[in-house]
Each structure stands twice: as structure tokens, then as C-alpha cells.
Design a protein around this ligand. Structure first.
Ligand code: GLN
Ligand code: ZN
Length: 770
């Protein structure tokens, strides 16, 4: 029996890579310094994994930006728009690489970055490969072999990790019509062959191919491509030991394809899909030589492994195939875990009681090694000790008063069908709201935040450090809010917002005030490039101790006769952007959050807010990977939103907001949310995203974003009028609102002022024309 790891966080436990990258990009350091830091992180990671008892340690899991981009450049898959840069001798391969990742505006060159999108259902973003019909693949980098040799110099013979050919193709997109990217496989395989040959030439023993698409619904053609790929490798390289890694979900209908692969090891994610172990062991379809890598330690969450549960799974596998063909591993790459729990020494954020239930990447490796020892009955005095401690932690978690709040549980259990229903149906509410709010045709509003200037951020930082008293801090925020309300009134917006100056982040702000949430000091996880996020940890039953936003919203409303919109983050988004407890279904936790938000909505109404927005930008990204699981998720997610929104009178107008608004598959669920108004990101798509609302005859009101807030560019009035005219062809005018795409927090004031003045002028023009 061996231990193996699929990948380790590369940002550095103190985000060393982030700093090194940003200094390099800003020109403060040179490439040598950056590469030195990178090398240091790799070395530290390799030695740490060895020390933690990992037998098969990965290499090529490191990346300066993204592992998919690394593979694109390794395979010479460079989009045409960078061709001139690639040939320019004063431009290094690293410059080219970062230009592809981030775009470049320099010396007259102005080239957009490659597209970035989410890595399956994680919060990691990868750079999307671009393919042409006659795509040529030729090896253009030695990264893989170099990192292998680098580890070898430290005395570690690594397993090189690559994205498998089929997943690589499926992750990308076609840049011209007339072909499907999977048809490029024949051209791609020889390039992979070259990489494998290089590895064989230096006597590499193991290679891991990640094929996470095996967890998705594959077509027959794609299944055949998987088979073809690994048959090809097996024929060419009978002696190299290939692992095919699947993670994030079950194999589903791909199981026969997976089991038939002529490979040395199949990796299974037994956290996301524990039941598939039975299917595999009992099917008798596993090749007699294929090993199983049992991914029992959760690579995507921060909870301590339940050793007894894992040992049961491992024992089951041993009973069927013996110990020799078994590897113990995390469920997926540890890229998605924070680095090291040992760094968390701030008791105020994360107390000892909570810490005993947690494990970060480094601790997870120890869990993997300990599980092997326990299953193998090695080093027993030590490992049994760990087992006892582990069982104790699991046991006290079941009853800890810190976690369990009977009142919350009872409230969830007592929910009835009417708790997720508004009093009347939308047409009735619409009439009442029209009377109450007295808004013009094409009402204008914004999505919530106004510029978070350097000053605003420094006030918050100084307040946290204790350099500003509560009173001093509040005075500053009051002034900023007052100025923002005055600006909106002067500009003639119809529904105003307070500006969200008191908020750091739309989830953290609520998590900090809700019971059941904890925060780490160094729990960073890479999101993309140098960007990391520090998700809150939901460890216990969630409840709201006191109003969270009423003070600022009511203050803003007291300054104006126009309606101010209260601003909340919705339950699904709070759930989706946190580490969620695993001792109860996600739906249960989401419902608890929904009730907390519901109380806040009711309190805002009581405080005189007639319009309340519950942001749910993460509803779509929470969709499970496998389509057959969508309905179950949508049922509870949409219901949670409705619970949060349904405590108010008909006259109170509930808005919701979503970014990335591709709703083609889920428009009926979006309609089911029954928000009185939905605002969506739309301008980049030139209103195309509205098609699906029109076809569906979406009944409630919609604010399609008329300008892109991701850019400092000030939109012209005519442009916005044209967009709204386009929208009005699809959606009845009485249903339309005018607003930007998203919140304005990343913008500066000058362009924000100009843009909103233009937007209001555009609305006036639309009213005149209709
Ligand atoms: N109300 C939030 C804001 O304006 C919404 C942010 C978001 O959609 N991601 O900042
Ligand atoms: Zn948004």
C-alpha cells in the first residue's frame, strides 16, 4: 500500500508567490527573483510532502499562473493574436505567458487576455485554451521535465501531473466554426507522446493524467476518445505507470469506460462519491493489474477526516483486491485547500475548539499517511494514538454546544409551504408596489456598491487596527454615505442605494455578524493567478443575533424622500462562497442562512425600507456537475431564496441580482425565485442574454445591465438607449429597469459620476421615445 498526492497549493503558505508575482508585474523585481521564489516554494512543498509521509509526490502541479495555461504553452497552443509577441526577440517566454494570462497594453501593442472561467464547480479559474480547426501542437517548453529533474536533485522521484488530453480539449473552445475540438485528439496525442518520451528517457516511473471530465456527462464520442488515448499510451509506453485521476463527482455512465482503461492506477474521489467504490469492486470489471487510488481525504474542504469512516472504505477495498494495489490519497488536488492550520494562532478568529475539527493541506497529508499506517497496521503505537484523538474530535463534534443550536434546528423543522410564498402573486404585488413607489417607466437604479476608494479602505483598515474609534469610523462612513445619496438625488436616479462603504466583502460582512461562522488568518485559496480568497468557515448552526444592515440602510433612507434599496447577500451565495460544514446536508445549512436573511429583510421593512435587494450571484455556479443532480440542487436553492424573501408585505419590492447571467438551462428556476425585479449582467452580450427571458415570457420585472462596470470606460447615452431599445423589442417596457451591470465598488468616482449621469439621461430619452 502506498500514499499518493494529486497536487499541492502553490501560492505559498504566506502567499509568497502572490507577492513575488505582483512585484514582478509592477516592475519592482526581475524575472530571476520571481523564479527564485517559485523554486523555493516547489522545494518546500516537495520536502514537506516527503516529511509528511507521501510516497508518490507530484511535480508539474506548480504554476506561475495556471496549470491549464502551462499546458497550452507547453503544447505550443498559442492563439494567433500573440504570434507577433512570440516572435519578438525582446519578449521573453515569460512575458508571452503573462500576456496570454492578463492581456498586454505596451509599446503600441494592445492584446486582450485569454478568457478565464471556473474550474468545474470550484472557485479556481483557469485560462481557456483556444483551438483552431487546423491546430498545430508542438512541444514548446521543458517545464514538465525541468520540474521532474529539479525534484530529483532533492532526492525525490516525482510523479509528473498533467491534464489528460481529452480533458484538455474539452476545457478549451473552438475559435472558428466547422469542427469540434475533440476531433483534434489525433493531432494532440503525438505531442503528449513526446512529453512521455522525455519522461521515459530520464527513467520517470509514474505519470498522472487528470481527466476530471470523467465526472461529467460525456458523449459516446468523448468516451471513445478517453479509451483511444489511454490505449495509445499503453501501446507506446508499456512500462510507465499511468494514473488516470477523476474527481469532483462519480464516474456515472462513464464507469465502464474508466474501468476498461489499460492504466496502472485509477484515482477515485470517495468524498464526493463514496458509493462508487462498491460499484467498482463488485462489478468485477476492474483490470487485474489496475491499482485504486482511494481519495478519502477531502481536498476541497477544511474538515478533519473521519478516520473510522475512511478505514471502512479502505478495508472494503482491501477485502476485494488486497493491499498491494491500493493507494491512499486526498480526493483531488490540495490546490483547493488552504495550506497550513498550524499558522492559525489568532484565538479570536478561530478558537481551539473549532481548530480541533479542521485540517488544511499539510494536515491532510498527515491524515493520508496515518490512514495508510492504520490500514496497513504499521507504526501502530503512533497511529492508534492518532486514531483515538480523531475519534474523540468526531464524537464531540456531534454534541458540541458551539455547533448545535436547537432553536435553529426547530425553526427549520417547523417551516411550512407558506413560508416560501409571498402573500399574493406577482401581478397583485406589482400593482401595489406601483402605487407605493410611484416610479416612472424605465426606473433607474444601481446594484449596490459605490466606489471603495483608497480612503474608504484605509478607514476600515485603521478601524480594525484600533487606530480609529467606532465613532470616528462611523462619522467618516456617514459622510461618504450622505455624499453618495446626495449625488444620486442630484443625478435623478429613482431607487437609491447607501453605497456599501461599511462592507469589506459581500459574504464576509454577513459571516462576521452571524453565529456559526469562523474566520482564518491564513486560510487563503488560489482563485486565479495571484488572486486568493479566504472563505469563511461555516462550522455550526447559523443564526442572526441582531440586525446586520439596518443601521446603514435606515440612515440612508432618513436622508431622502426617494426609496432607498436595502442590500443583502442571499443564502445560496453565502453558502457557495464559504467552507461549508459536512456533518449535515448543504441544503440544511442553506435553509438556516435563509432564515437569518429573512429576519433581516423583515427588519429592513420595519425600518422603512420599501425596496430590498437580495444578491444571488452564485446561484448558477452552484449547479452540480452532473445534470441528473441539477433538480435536487435547484429545488432547495431556489426555495432558500424564497424563504429569505417571503416575510414581507406585498408592497415591499424584492430585487435580486446576478452576474454571469447565462440562464438558458435554468430560466424556469430563475422565474420561480419570484423576485419582483431581477437585475443581470448583460451589456457585454449586447442584450443577447435577454433572449431566454423573452422566449420564456419571464413575468416579473428585469433590469438588464446597460454598461460594463469592469472597465473605466464611460458609456455614451446613445449606446445605452440603443441597448434599451433592443431590450424593449424583447420585453414589455413596463417590465424594464435601467441599471449598470453590477456593483461599482471597483470603479473610481469620476467615471462613475459621468456614467450614471449619462445613464439617467438615457432613461429620460427612453421614456420620451415610448
Ligand atoms: N450588491 C453588490 C455590489 O454592488 C453585488 C455584487 C455582486 O453582484 N457580485 O457590490
Ligand atoms: Zn454582480
Amino acid at each position: 500500500m502506498k500514499t499518493t498526492n494529486l497536487g499541492y497549493p502553490r501560492i505559498g503558505s504566506k502567499r509568497e508567490l502572490k507577492r513575488a508575482l505582483e512585484q514582478y508585474w509592477s516592475g519592482k523585481t526581475n524575472i530571476e527573483t520571481l523564479l527564485e521564489t517559485a523554486k523555493g516554494i516547489r522545494k518546500e512543498n516537495w520536502l514537506l510532502q516527503k516529511e509528511q509521509g507521501i510516497d508518490l509526490i507530484p511535480s508539474n502541479d506548480f504554476s506561475l499562473y495556471d496549470q491549464v495555461l502551462d499546458l497550452s504553452t507547453t503544447l505550443g497552443c498559442i492563439p494567433e493574436r500573440y504570434a507577433a509577441l512570440a516572435k519578438n526577440p525582446s519578449f521573453s517566454s515569460h512575458d508571452l505567458y503573462f500576456a496570454m494570462a492578463r492581456g498586454i497594453q505596451q509599446d503600441g501593442a494592445d492584446i486582450t487576455a485569454m478568457e478565464m472561467t471556473k474550474w468545474f464547480d470550484t472557485n479556481y479559474h483557469y485560462i481557456v485554451p483556444e483551438f483552431t480547426k487546423n491546430q498545430i501542437f508542438n512541444i514548446s517548453s521543458d517545464k514538465i521535465i525541468n520540474e521532474y529533474k529539479e525534484a530529483l536533485e532533492l532526492g525525490i522521484q516525482t510523479k509528473s501531473v498533467l491534464i489528460g488530453p481529452v480533458s484538455f480539449l474539452l476545457l478549451g473552445k473552438e475559435k472558428e466554426s466547422g469542427f469540434h475540438r475533440i476531433e483534434l485528439l489525433e493531432r494532440l496525442l503525438p505531442a503528449y507522446e513526446e512529453i512521455l518520451q522525455q519522461l521515459v528517457d530520464v527513467d520517470a516511473e509514474h505519470v498522472q493524467f487528470d481527466e476530471p471530465y470523467l465526472a461529467l456527462n460525456l458523449s459516446e464520442k468523448e468516451q471513445r476518445a478517453i479509451h483511444q488515448t489511454y490505449a495509445y499510451f499503453a501501446a507506446k509506453f508499456p512500462n510507465i505507470k499511468i494514473t488516470v485521476a477523476n474527481y469532483f463527482d462519480c464516474f456515472g455512465e462513464n464507469i465502464d469506460t474508466a474501468l476498461a482503461l489499460p492504466v496502472h492506477t485509477l484515482h477515485l474521489d470517495l468524498v464526493r462519491c463514496p458509493l462508487q467504490l462498491d460499484d467498482i469492486l463488485e462489478s468485477n470489471k476492474l483490470n487485474s493489474y489496475t491499482h485504486l487510488s482511494l481519495g478519502v481525504v477531502d481536498g476541497r474542504n477544511i474538515w478533519k477526516n473521519d478516520f473510522e469512516k475512511s478505514l471502512q472504505l479502505i478495508q472494503k477495498a482491501i477485502d476485494h483486491i488486497g493491499t498491494e494495489r491500493i493507494l491512499i490519497s486526498p480526493s483531488c488536488s490540495l490546490l483547493h485547500s488552504p495550506c497550513d492550520l498550524d499558522l492559525e494562532s489568532n484565538e479570536e478568529n478561530l478558537n481551539g475548539e473549532i481548530k480541533q475539527w479542521l485540517a488544511f493541506a499539510k494536515q491532510k497529508l498527515d491524515e493520508v499517511a496515518t490512514l495508510k499506517q492504520l490500514a496497513n497496521k504499521e507504526n501502530l503505537s503512533d497511529s492508534l494514538q492518532k486514531l483515538i484523538k480523531n475519534s474523540e474530535a468526531q464524537a464531540n463534534k456531534k454534541t458540541a454546544t458551539l455547533i448545535h443550536n436547537q432553536k435553529v434546528k426547530q425553526r427549520v423543522a417547523a417551516l411550512t409551504a407558506k413560508d416560501d410564498q409571498r402573500e399574493s402573486s406577482f401581478p397583485t404585488r406589482q400593482k401595489l408596489q406601483k402605487n407605493a413607489l410611484n416610479l416612472p417607466l424605465f426606473p433607474t437604479t444601481t446594484i449596490g456598491s459605490f466606489p471603495q476608494t483608497k480612503e474608504v479602505r484605509s478607514w476600515r483598515a485603521n478601524f480594525k487596527k484600533g487606530n480609529l474609534s467606532v465613532d470616528e469610523y462611523n462619522v467618516l462612513l456617514e459622510k461618504e454615505t450622505r455624499d453618495t445619496i446626495e449625488f444620486q438625488e442630484r443625478t435623478g436616479l429613482d431607487v437609491l442605494v447607501h453605497g456599501e462603504f461599511e462592507r469589506n466583502d459581500m459574504v464576509e460582512y454577513f459571516g462576521e455578524q452571524l453565529s456559526g461562522f469562523a474566520f482564518t488568518s491564513f486560510g487563503w485559496v488560489q482563485s486565479y493567478g495571484s488572486r486568493c480568497v479566504k472563505p469563511p468557515i461555516i462550522y455550526g448552526d447559523v443564526s442572526r443575533e441582531a440586525p446586520m444592515t439596518v443601521k446603514w440602510s435606515a440612515f440612508a433612507q432618513s436622508l431622502t424622500k426617494k426609496p432607498v434599496k436595502g442590500m443583502l447577500t442571499g443564502p445560496v451565495t453565502i453558502l457557495q462562497w464559504s467552507f461549508v460544514r459536512n456533518d449535515q446536508p448543504r441544503s440544511e445549512t442553506c435553509t438556516q442562512i435563509a432564515l437569518a436573511i429573512r429576519d433581516e429583510v423583515v427588519d429592513l421593512e420595519k425600518a422603512g425600507l420599501q425596496v430590498i435587494q437580495i444578491d444571488e450571484p452564485a446561484i448558477r455556479e452552484g449547479l452540480p456537475l452532473r445534470k441528473e443532480d441539477w433538480n435536487a440542487y435547484l429545488n432547495w436553492a431556489i426555495k432558500a431564496f424564497r424563504i429569505s424573501a417571503s416575510g414581507v408585505r406585498d408592497e415591499t419590492q424584492i430585487h435580486t441580482h446576478m452576474c454571469y447571467s447565462e440562464f438558458n438551462d435554468i430560466i424556469s428556476n430563475i422565474a420561480d425565485m419570484d423576485a419582483d425585479v431581477i437585475t443581470i449582467e448583460c451589456s457585454r452580450s449586447q442584450m443577447e442574454l435577454l433572449d431566454v427571458f423573452a422566449t420564456f415570457e419571464y413575468p416579473n420585472e428585469i433590469g438588464p445591465g446597460v454598461y460594463d462596470i469592469h472597465s473605466p470606460r464611460v458609456p455614451e447615452r446613445a449606446e445605452m438607449v440603443a441597448l434599451m431599445e433592443k431590450a424593449a423589442k424583447q420585453i414589455p417596457t413596463e417590465q424594464l429597469w435601467i441599471n449598470p451591470d453590477c456593483g461599482l465598488k471597483t470603479r473610481h468616482w469620476p467615471e462613475t459620476r459621468e456614467a450614471l449621469i449619462e445613464m439617467v439621461a438615457a432613461a429620460r430619452e427612453c421614456r420620451q421615445n415610448s
